[in-house]
Design a binder for this molecule. Structure first.
Ligand code: FEO
Length: 384
């Protein structure tokens, strides 16, 4: 597939992966993108995950049309992109690797080979001349690892964006709905590094970007500026939409009943969006995604071993790790003999920036009664 006259897609789709990066379900698979720039010098950008070597090399050879590549550009050393460096270097013995100094160190760690006599080490602002195309390297540490470099081709106005602007899902089933799985990917994988993404976006603002070629998901060929704006919102921890996320854990169904009652009341009051997550059963990454998408979050859980229920602790840890901030929080606690949840949750979130706790907290003693139902009504009124 041609992206521009000289840039050809040579990546692969993976429909076998069970958990991406060892934890994320990807029901629509995953794409490992790789591109070939055909010029006086030929460059291939990044490799693909283990298991796809034959298909990837086949794609490259078809795009080469009998020629040989001069460079393998390694933007990111995570193995979903770097697993086939050795294969490339064996197949094309005259090729050199273009990458950051940190990436070469990682290459030594992962592959036990830094290709010392075939290295081209680049840093921020360096260029690689291919002929009509000139690539400028942009350092993007922690988007999503410290060695990451992006590159910009000013001829075709293309940003090779590494993990940035990536998305869960294989490209052969992409239906044009980018936001949902791109957001789950962003907050799951890059969400902790909002400040670093903001730094990158400042540099990107100086470039005329018409096309974004990420390492996962579809190539962005239209309205690139809108995607940059979306990334600006996500990385600045600004809520994207108005709405209430209710995340609950429930042992015997009483906390679930309270969460569902609150959802029903909010919907009756025409709250713009209400989403409900059973943290023991629903996709945790989807719950994290929605917690960052919306401006209000309700945490409903029980006391458990003098702490809170494990899935709620895990959920809050995911939020804290990703610098959860700038939102309104409400708590529904359930304790049959020693209610602890409100205290534990407030303690966990005490260092999170700009959180506002709702005036109303719901205290359930085992099962909803008239008193806790009245508290729920008051909370619904406050949140709606
Ligand atoms: Fe797609 Fe950070 O690797």
């Amino acid at each position: 597939m041609k992206i521009t006259k000289d840039i050809i897609y040579v990546g692969v789709d993976d429909h076998q992966v069970d958990l991406f990066e060892g934890q994320y379900i990807v029901p629509e698979g995953m794409a490992y993108n790789s591109y070939l720039i055909s010029d006086e010098k030929i460059a291939v950008t990044d490799t693909v995950a283990e298991g796809f070597e034959e298909e990837w090399i086949g794609n490259i050879k078809a795009a080469l049309n009998g020629k040989t590549p001069d460079y393998l550009i390694v933007h990111h050393m995570e193995p979903d992109h770097s697993a086939n460096i050795d294969l490339f270097m064996t197949e094309f013995p005259d090729a050199k690797i273009v990458s950051s100094a940190k990436a070469f160190t990682m290459m030594g760690n992962f592959l036990h080979n830094t290709y010392a006599d075939r290295q081209v080490v680049v840093k921020e602002g360096d260029t690689l001349e291919l002929g009509a195309h000139s690539l400028t390297f942009v350092s993007a540490p922690m988007v999503h690892w410290p060695e990451v470099m992006l590159s910009y081709d000013k001829t075709d106005k293309v940003l090779f964006s590494a993990d940035a602007f990536g998305k869960f899902g294989a490209n052969d089933v992409y239906d044009g709905d980018w936001d949902c799985e791109a957001r789950r990917y962003y907050f799951g994988i890059v969400g902790k590094f909002g400040a670093q993404v903001q730094n990158l976006l400042k540099k990107a603002a100086a470039l005329d970007i018409q096309i974004i070629c990420p390492l996962h998901g579809p190539v962005i060929t239209e309205n690139a500026g809108e995607y940059v704006k979306t990334y600006n919102k996500w990385s600045s921890y600004t809520p994207e939409d108005e709405g209430v996320v209710i995340a609950y854990t429930s042992v015997y169904g009483h906390t679930k009943a309270a969460a569902e009652m609150l959802a029903a009341r909010l919907e009756e009051k025409n709250c713009p969006s209400v989403s409900l997550f059973d943290l023991a059963r629903d996709d945790m990454a989807e719950a994290v995604e929605d917690a960052f998408r919306y401006d209000r979050l309700v945490l409903a859980t029980t006391t458990y071993n003098t702490d809170i229920f494990p899935f709620m602790r895990e959920f809050i840890n995911h939020l804290i790790e990703r610098n959860y901030q700038n939102r309104k929080i409400a708590i529904i606690e359930n304790g049959s003999w020693a209610a602890q949840a409100e205290k534990v949750i407030r303690k966990m979130l005490e260092n999170s920036k700009d959180l506002v706790f709702a005036e109303n907290t719901v205290h359930i003693m085992s099962a909803l009664n008239d008193e806790s139902k009245a508290q729920l009504e008051a909370l619904a009124e406050e949140l709606a």
